[in-house]
Design a protein around this ligand. Structure first.
Ligand code: 3PG
Length: 213
């Protein structure tokens, strides 16, 4: 599957920052139960690779990718752990090239027309629009589409997306999905409050369904 196919499978992608790899399986199960099967585990913690490997081994309903990929080494570690896709906050041609070589579906981050143009030239038709709210939100995406729509580019806005603005982003046809951390709040994760996380996932999935209908 390519990036567009994978990220089309869910309209909301939980962005996970996990400190304890042993929490990965119950967390992923709660998110899948709530209706969000596509997960992004960020390489912002030491536990990321182990968390991805554990989810791959024990949560067959989940499609787990790696996020915050800033180096080629992280990309390799993500692949080794079993990540189905990788996401980065920015556009780095060296990382995109390496991802291509290893046949890893890769979604780079862009916030400007120049970065988007480079991502498309590098063969990435699906980009993370980051940091979405700070970079101009839905208005910026609409303006970018004025120039880039014909390319067929698809967006995953992330950064400042929340239950209040989710519908506005998802209403843009070129927005395949949105990412965000609000579905996995720090305190809920620390407390192992899987019911709350499942509820947040279900709420996000339900509001996304409403827009599609
Ligand atoms: C990311 O890397 O995708 C962002 O940190 C997520 O941003 P959020 O915390 O505003 O959802």
């Amino acid at each position: 599957m390519n990036t567009v196919e994978i990220l089309s499978k869910s309209r909301v992608i939980p962005v996970i920052v996990i400190e304890k790899a042993e929490q990965a399986v119950p967390l992923a199960r709660a998110l899948v139960r709530g209706g969000l099967p596509v997960l992004e585990v960020t390489f912002r913690t030491e536990a990321a690779a182990d968390a991805i490997a554990a989810i791959c081994a024990e949560v067959p309903g989940a499609i787990v990718g790696a996020g915050t990929i800033l180096t080629v080494e992280q990309l390799r570690a993500a692949k080794k752990a079993g990540a189905a896709f990788c996401v980065a906050p920015g556009f780095d041609p060296a990382i995109v090239e390496e991802a291509k070589n290893m046949l890893m579906p890769f979604c780079p981050g862009v916030a400007t027309a120049s970065e988007l143009s480079q991502a498309l030239t590098a063969g990435c038709p699906m980009v993370k629009f980051f940091p979405a709210e700070a970079a101009g939100g839905v208005k910026m995406i609409s303006n970018l589409l004025g120039a880039f729509r014909f390319t067929g580019v698809k967006f995953m806005p992330t950064g400042g997306v929340n239950p209040a603005n989710l519908a506005d982003y998802l209403a843009v046809p070129e927005v395949l999905c949105c990412g965000g951390t609000w579905i996995v709040p720090k305190d809920a994760l620390a407390a192992g409050d899987w019911d709350r996380i499942e509820r947040l996932a279900a709420e996000a999935a339900a509001s996304a369904d409403k827009i599609r209908a």
